[in-house]
Ligand binder design. Structure first.
Ligand code: 173
Length: 497
């Protein structure tokens, strides 16, 4: 590989010849500019210089090496030409450091909501907007929580609960918690170690992690960080180019992944307005007046910009193909009706996740736990329940062990938790995730004792009163578009004077 000086790289700093440095290597991205899913302008900002810091949170390390044609890999940066500058701490970094110093100690965290509050306080505004946003009026994201509040317990007493055990199996694999870590994308927006925080904590505590297709860390890095015997699943966004998907799935299986969760609720990404608006807001939080990144539609946020590879033509007809390329159990993530649940069952799949994608897709879609009741009733028409060959999972809005126990009592095998674990590592890295597991354990112990359930198998539908679950009147949120959800486009009136 040829050695290239930083001075030479700097000579290619325009749209007619654009070189960038990523991880010490030099790439010619001129032809790629119009194709970049995030628009050409963001690359041009780093034309002729090192783009690694901007590249890392959004792309897996191998994205550029795999997707850019080999003849555009020009060489490595000559280390003798790199001028070591004492990096100036930007105002943004300084602000973040101060916020990190001001965080409450981890001991002060008593529940999962606390992680969210700390994450909101310390995350850069763009990361917070991307993670926290949900689609349209954000009614579904709040309904996900509210639905659990409409389910009441019917506890049993005098059952000798001196020893309680919440361990279980998920797709036939041992799990220390009846909870798995659901996939959330772009972990490095919130912490430099990204998804590895989850892998390391999960490995230590026997929790199963679902690896996201759009992780910030490379897939193999996440696999390599697992301890022997650690169980990992894979969340799959299906590529328009099925060959890419086939290779990815088969590679995952070879690397020991134990379950494939195909996302089926995102043929197009929902409009997350907080995220979309961030594109037009500068570091000081003020709207930019005239800004239109070439190559990016005005209404796109981070997620939409990088999701163009997802195939909206995916259909039931593809299911036999997935079964032909892998022996991993296949689960559909994002099912919402008994009709589709029965189809998944009849196609011979291993299960479904009743999910609305954390409220980020179809707004006013019902909660997973509400759909669970009808889905389980429908599946019972196909045979005895629980059915060891077909598992139903629920995700969305789970923040308490009581939520977990309610979903399991109503027929779920386990529940997925996405944002809460992500916020825990944004706020405190791996320690935060471990603390989140501890909180689940403490709450499970107490709630199972008080409910009269010694094991997960003891949780039965008669332990909950879900009569109010279908009534959307009581706890349905007020119109938050105007009250709290909609973060109106900030603008500086001075600009208009
Ligand atoms: O919910 C999401 O943000 C998501 O699933 C996604 C999809 C594509 C790109 C990035 C994130």
């Amino acid at each position: 590989m040829s050695l290239i000086s930083t001075q030479t790289v700097a000579e290619h700093a325009t749209s007619s010849s654009c070189w960038i440095i990523v991880h010490g290597k030099v790439y010619d991205v001129t032809d790629f500019l119009p194709e970049h899913p995030g628009g050409s302008k963001i690359i041009l900002k780093y034309a002729g210089v090192d783009a690694t810091e901007a590249y890392d949170p959004i792309h897996p390390p191998d994205a550029i090496t795999t997707h850019l044609p080999k003849d555009k890999h020009l060489g490595v940066v000559d280390p003798n030409t790199v001028i070591k500058v004492v990096k100036e701490v930007t105002a943004e970094e300084k602000n973040r450091q101060e916020l990190m110093m001001a965080r409450p100690s981890l001991d002060a965290i008593v529940n999962l909501h606390d992680f969210e509050a700390v994450a909101k306080g310390i995350l850069p505004p763009k990361a917070w907007a991307y993670y926290s946003s949900a689609s349209d009026d954000e009614i579904t994201i709040r309904e996900n929580r509210a639905a659990y509040q409409r389910i009441w317990f019917r506890p049993r007493v005098l059952r000798d609960v001196s020893v309680v055990d919440w361990s279980t199996t998920i797709l036939g694999r041992r799990s220390s918690l009846p909870v798995y870590i659901s996939a959330t994308a772009l972990g490095k927006l919130g912490h430099p170690d990204g998804e590895l925080n989850l892998t390391r904590a999960a490995g230590k505590h026997g929790v199963i992690q679902m690896i996201p297709t759009l992780a910030s860390c490379a897939f193999d890095e996440i696999i390599d960080a697992a301890v022997p015997g650690q169980v990992q699943f894979l969340q799959l966004y299906v590529n328009r180019d099925r060959e890419i998907t086939r290779k990815y799935v088969q590679h995952a299986e070879k690397r020991g992944v134990k379950g494939l969760f195909i996302t089926v609720d995102a043929p197009q990404l929902g409009r997350r307005e907080k995220d979309m608006r961030m594109k037009f807001v500068d570091e000081s939080g003020v709207a930019k007046v005239q800004e239109n990144q070439s190559g990016v539609k005005k209404d796109e946020g981070v997620a939409r910009a990088i999701s163009s590879f997802i195939d909206p033509s995916l259909s039931w007809k593809d299911i036999p193909w997935f079964k032909s390329i892998t022996n991993m159990p296949i689960v559909l993530k994002g099912v919402a009706t008994p009709e589709d649940a029965l189809m998944a069952y009849d196609y011979g799949l291993a299960g479904i996740v009743l999910s609305n994608h954390g409220g980020r897709q179809l707004d006013t879609a019902r909660s997973g736990v509400e759909n669970l009741i009808e889905v389980v009733a429908a599946l019972k028409t196909r045979g005895p329940w629980p059915n060891p060959k077909f598992e139903v999972f629920v995700d969305g809005g789970v923040r308490r062990a009581s939520d977990v126990l309610k979903a399991i009592a109503l027929g779920a095998s386990a529940v997925g938790v996405g944002r809460a674990f992500m916020y825990s590592f944004c706020a405190y890295g791996q320690d935060g995730v471990e603390k989140a597991f501890q909180i689940f354990r403490d709450e499970l112990e107490m709630n199972m004792r008080l409910l009269g359930a010694r094991t997960i198998d003891d949780l039965t539908p008669d332990m909950v009163d879900a009569n109010a679950l279908h009534s959307h009147v009581g706890l349905t949120p007020v119109d938050n578009l105007y009250n709290t959800t909609c973060e109106f486009l900030p603008f500086d009136p001075v600009m208009f004077l």
